[in-house]
Design a protein around this ligand. Sequence first.
Ligand SMILES: Nc1nc2c(c(=O)[nH]1)N[C@H]1C(S)=C(S)[C@@H](COP(=O)(O)O)O[C@H]1N2
Ligand SMILES: [Mo]
Length: 321
Amino acid sequence: MLIKVPQKNTPAPSEIASETEYQNRRSFIRSMGFVGASALLGGTACAQENPPETRSLGPLLKSQYSTNQTENSYTDITQYNNFYEFGTSKEDPYENSGQFQPMPWSVRIEGAADITGDFSYEDIIQSHALEERIYRMRCVEAWSMVIPWVGIPLGDILKRFKPTSNAKYVSFETVYRPSEMPGQRRPILDWPYREGLTIEEAMHPLTILAVGIFDKSLPNQNGAPLRLVVPWKYGFKSIKSINKIGFTETPPATTWNDAGPNEYGFYANVNPEVDHPRWSQARERRIGGSLFDAKQPTLMFNGYADEVASLYSGLDLQRNF
Ligand SMILES: Nc1nc2c(c(=O)[nH]1)N[C@H]1C(S)=C(S)[C@@H](COP(=O)(O)O)O[C@H]1N2
Ligand SMILES: [Mo]
């Protein structure tokens, strides 16, 4: 659900509100009685009676970047997940994310950019057309899916903040809310979950900030309300429920690289020739088929080599895994 923002108070499409404007608008909205729907309906009852996946996203642009492979089902995509904030098994995110409140939402933009501060979900996505992009997704655990994401090219959003020439990397953080995310009550990972990209990767047209799947807003277990999707990298780079984005000069720390530097590199490009130290990365199992289906060969850069290989020319991909 969205907070109802009065039309005449909505900024012009190209405009991005400053922090003070944002605060003013929020207090204006409050004074008008347009309080968050969660306050109207009361806490968790809202999440259960009106789950965010029921919100339709309206007309979508079809993207030239879509794969023509068969999509996984809504059930596969929403009930077989990795989202350690809700537990470590694949069913946990579906089962344990009902208390999570993705709206209202804001994202803090910080670091080497002319425009920084706190911006609402609506401010972040407001002026952008939503595209449907059917992407192959490959998890480091050697399974894959084909998912119809709804999103916005991340670069189009980042440019509005005017990153400076010192912005060599982009860092991302997931919200820290142990009261709503039961996995965060235990030190499974060093919370909050963190990820990072080079600025070139972040600006690449294949990288999107996703807000939905099929034609609906993101269910909690898939990273509501905003998550990254970087289809040529292992799934762990596609960080969910983002509430902080930073422009940095040096490579940002990332959760999985900190947890296991020999197993999870900063780049994490899908590469059938570089094995995970504990298993092969040469083949993958497509979720949704029979367990007896043959695994299929994994493609370099997850099949996106034509688009992204040039980002890594001259880089030793065995060392920079
Ligand atoms: N915050 C956060 N983001 C995360 C994860 C996580 O545990 N926490 N898991 C990652 C991993 S390992 C994968 S494979 C994808 C899974 O996305 P999906 O469940 O929407 O398919 O999310 C990634 N993003
Ligand atoms: Mo993953």
